[in-house]
Design a protein. Structure first.
Length: 297
């Protein structure tokens, strides 16, 4: 995944677009909408331009424009009509497809216009829960199947992170819960922080005092928070780190750090599945996702 992926299989196109490979082949053969190349062994592969065109076609088709009519459009008209439609329509599935399109085309204008359209119909919290969360789950699937380019994920993640930070700054920092402080951090070499950023927003919204430490924090940095008298709830998120052969050791190190203290740890993310059967001496709680945790806050 360190190199930029330039070619896609038809299975990649199916994963990204949500359109079955069989349908893509029909569009390709009957309407000549895509022009794949072939390997020496006659296997189809598609360029980034093919992918972008397919996403535009899907956006138009899902807005009740027939494939036969789309096939009559020029390449430029497909792009212009899809972009205009994306600006106009911004609710849930349509918005997710627009964000997907903006990600693969590195289109910041499309992202912001789609987001601003959503703001006319939803609060920021509704946008995150109804649109960004399903979208990010889809990105996670694309990442796992090695369909997504690292550059694309970084581009869209940074745009979403900006929205979370802007909305967090808008909140009035009136702390109503002074009994506990929340310290949020990611393990070393973990950089997937959108869920943790949003959780920080939700905690601040509820009047909690938070300290956001961000990405790639060595565990020994937490020692500072044991010097005060205030109860601390540490929160971490684990998408890819620690590695499978290190995660048990990592949690036992935290467990040893927390035992005989009033402090606690909440760990969220798909990596926590690896330690669900461990017995801890301290107050450690595990959640598979941010949404699961938010149900109990």
């Amino acid at each position: 995944m360190n190199s930029i992926k330039k070619d896609f299989t038809i299975k990649d196109l199916e994963n990204i677009s949500g359109v079955k490979a069989h349908t893509i082949r029909i569009w390709e053969k009957r309407y000549n909408l895509l022009q794949p190349r072939r390997t020496d062994t006659n296997i189809r592969y598609y360029s980034n331009e093919n992918l972008q065109k397919l996403l535009n076609i899907v956006l138009l088709n899902r807005s009740n424009i027939k494939i036969s009519k789309i096939a009559q459009m020029s390449e430029e008209d497909i792009v212009l009509n899809a972009r205009e439609l994306a600006f106009k329509v911004a609710v849930n599935d349509e918005a997710i497809n627009s964000f997907k399109l903006s990600m693969f085309q590195f289109d910041k204008v499309l992202f912001n216009n789609t987001y601003n359209k959503l703001l006319h119909k939803k609060t920021f919290r509704e946008i995150f829960k109804d649109v960004f969360m399903p979208f990010l789950e889809h990105i996670g699937l694309l990442w796992q199947t090695e369909t997504l380019l690292p550059a694309h994920e970084h581009f869209i993640s940074n745009l979403i992170a900006q929205k979370i930070q802007i909305n967090t700054e808008k909140l009035e920092y009136s702390i109503s819960n002074t009994n506990k402080i929340y310290v949020l951090f990611l393990p070393e070499n973990e950089v997937h922080e959108l869920g943790l950023l949003y959780l920080n927003y939700e905690l601040v919204l509820r009047g909690n005092q938070t300290i956001y430490l961000g990405q790639s924090l060595p565990l020994n940095n937490l020692n500072y928070f044991f010097e005060g008298n205030q109860e601390v709830c540490f929160i971490t998120s684990m998408t890819v780190m620690p590695y499978d052969d290190k995660i048990t050791e990592y949690f036992y190190e935290i467990d040893d750090l927390l035992k005989n203290s009033k402090h606690s740890l909440i760990a969220i993310g798909r990596k926590v599945v690896d330690v669900e059967n461990l017995d801890f001496q301290s107050n450690i709680t595990l959640y598979h996702s941010v949404s699961n945790l938010l149900k109990e806050l």
